[in-house]
Design a protein around this ligand. Sequence first.
Ligand code: FES
Length: 263
Amino acid sequence: MKILKGEIISNEKYGPDVYKMEVFSPYIVKNALPGQFLMVRCSSEDILDPLLRRPISIFNTEESFKVFSLLYLVKGRGTEFLSGLKKGDALDFVGPLGKECKLDYGTDVNNVLIGGGIGIAPLYMIAKQLMKKGCRGTFIAGFRDSPYYGFDKDMIDLGISHQIYCEKDLSRNIGLATDYLRDHIAEMDNSSVYCCGPKPMLAKIQDILKDQDIKVIGLLEEVMACGIGVCKGCAVKVKEKEGFGYKNVCSEGPSFDLKEVLF
Ligand code: FES
């Protein structure tokens, strides 16, 4: 983990209120592992407002160009600042942070990746790694109003089958990403599920799969102040042998056995 600066190669719209930023950084490309994130500074050098860095998942790394990318949703002053950065500007970030999401590379395993909205971001690196190892997988994405423009192309480039669920776009499956699980539960023997998205979505996945012998990894998103396990601001409640305890999403996650998380 290092404090770094990288030159922004592009910063373009990827969906409604969602941007994809590409940044040159040989260090991140060499060291980033699936599931990890960066703490990104969201203010200029002379102004410390907003003061806190924002946690943003690493979406992809491209070895040949030494470029990594981030997907981020513009929803406050920090991410508005990021959306205003241009090609050639410098991005200030700390990382890679968090633990690697451990993947099951069994070629007979049916991997199902389920992302809700911006929750697709950390799943891309996981899908890429699984495809690289010759594993089977399906990427399910749920979007509220309309799909992110760049998503179909990214899935085709990756060579993974994908389905989009949308609450309003009639050209897609109408409904929620979790509907996929309800409709395919009978075919999910020997499956591993990786999911990221809003808490109600994760709680629903947990409920649908609670009695199934299926490994479910949830990548949790929390507001973070330090990103390195010091402030305890990102703690989540998890089951323990006797009762429950707390774990830091930043330093002990963000990947957790979803069946152990108490919402
Ligand atoms: Fe400080 Fe996780 S953000 S402990």
